[in-house]
Design a protein around this ligand. Structure first.
Ligand code: ATP
Length: 353
């Protein structure tokens, strides 16, 4: 049995359904991210796991127990919010001790746990500070310590990094991941930032309008998006309209310009229109060969990005971007140059719309 088992979870606010029939099994110690744009329902699912929102239907089980209708305090989950949400009139130590006091733990145990938590978040010297005397990053560390102090069975993180500046965000996300691994605590993290989700998670759930479009490891989500939505939300890639001209040979006509390419995916019906995705890093200038598609085009734009040079090539009505590694011994290609571009037929992904 999974550690968190969510079955057919639904949530409606009045006539509007914001979570449709969501099911997922999460294993003990996993780090799961819910990724999606604003309003897709990711926070609502997190709040239903925490018990701050009641489910309109379905079931949530934690460690085998049905908690669907239990109040938050009886679920043994810790939560960290986007806004720091520390008690402003309490010191760091008092904030961390809060849940333990509510649970009426003995004084000595509280003191020891607070010290342990301060060491865990690497802020032992700040025990007597008040929240207003600390940076945003430090406040979020304290919020994390406060959530973990009661030894919850699940840690829920609702965009805990989004109010911080970019550099702190990256270092704190690494710290959160290390801490999570060290404690082995099952964690659910909500974010709208694809890089954050890709870098931190064991598995990602990509949410779209109250439904999970795809669940998988970061490698799978990035390389093998199954829907147009996932492809466009996660990472940069070329999305091209295509028509199937020969299903048995997997031949496609891209953008109606007589440009025929093959793909390695299963054939659709003849005449069907579909969207195909192609990652810029899968495309080369030149280098045709067996099992590869070659198309002729004109370089339309060249952007030098440092380690990578992004080149946009016009092929009929389609514009295909490709990434070249920077080579200090050879300057990037020029705009207006006629080129042949090539890519493995297996790199052409046919998506569900
Ligand atoms: P964000 O990143 O903006 O928080 P989200 O993906 O987490 O977005 P939710 O907060 O889960 O989205 O909201 C999903 C939908 O439910 C939104 O359309 C939102 O307006 C609606 N919603 C959320 N809470 C309530 C509420 N208490 N009453 C009515 N509608 C709500």
């Amino acid at each position: 049995m999974s550690f968190i088992d969510i079955r057919n979870l639904k949530k409606s606010f009045g006539p509007t359904t914001v979570v449709h029939d969501f099911s997922m099994a999460i294993e003990k110690g996993e780090f799961i991210s819910f990724l999606g744009p604003s309003g897709c329902g990711k926070t609502t699912i997190l709040r239903m796991i925490a018990g701050f929102e009641t489910a309109s239907g379905g079931e949530i089980r934690l460690a085998g127990a049905d908690v669907t209708h239990l109040p938050p305090a009886r679920r043994n989950v810790g939560m960290v919010f986007q806004a720091y949400a520390l008690f402003p009139n309490m010191t760091v130590a008092e904030n961390i001790a809060f849940g333990l006091k509510v649970a009426q733990k003995p004084q000595a145990e509280i003191k020891a746990r607070v010290e342990e938590m301060l060491a865990l978040i690497k802020l032992p010297q700040l025990a007597d500070r008040y929240p207003y005397q600390m940076s945003g990053g430090q406040q979020q560390r304290v919020a994390l310590a406060r959530a973990l102090a009661v030894r919850p069975q699940v840690l829920l993180l609702d965009e805990p990094l989004s109010a911080l500046d970019a550099k702190i965000r990256v270092s704190l996300r690494e710290d959160i991941r290390n801490l999570q691994r060290e404690l082995g605590i099952t964690t659910v993290f909500v974010t709208h930032d694809q890089e954050e989700a890709l870098s931190i998670s064991d598995r990602i759930v990509v949410m779209n309008e109250g439904r999970a479009d795809q669940m998988g490891r970061p490698f799978e989500i990035y390389n093998y998006p199954q829907t147009r939505f996932v492809a466009s939300f996660v990472g940069t890639l070329n999305l091209l309209k295509a028509t199937v001209v020969d299903p048995s040979a997997g031949r496609l006509e891209i953008e109606g310009q007589g440009v025929i390419a093959e793909h390695g995916a299963e054939a659709h019906a003849r005449g069907a229109t579909c969207t195909v995705a192609l990652r810029p890093e899968a495309v080369t200038i030149g280098e045709p060969g067996p099992g590869r598609n070659a198309l002729s085009g004109l370089i339309e734009e060249v952007a030098f990005l440092g380690a990578i040079v992004r080149v946009r090539v016009r092929v009929g009505t389609a514009a295909i971007s490709l990434d070249l590694f920077n080579d200090p011994t050879s300057p990037p290609p020029e705009r207006g140059t006629a080129v042949t571009i090539a890519f493995d037929r297996d790199d052409l992904l046919v998506l569900k719309d």
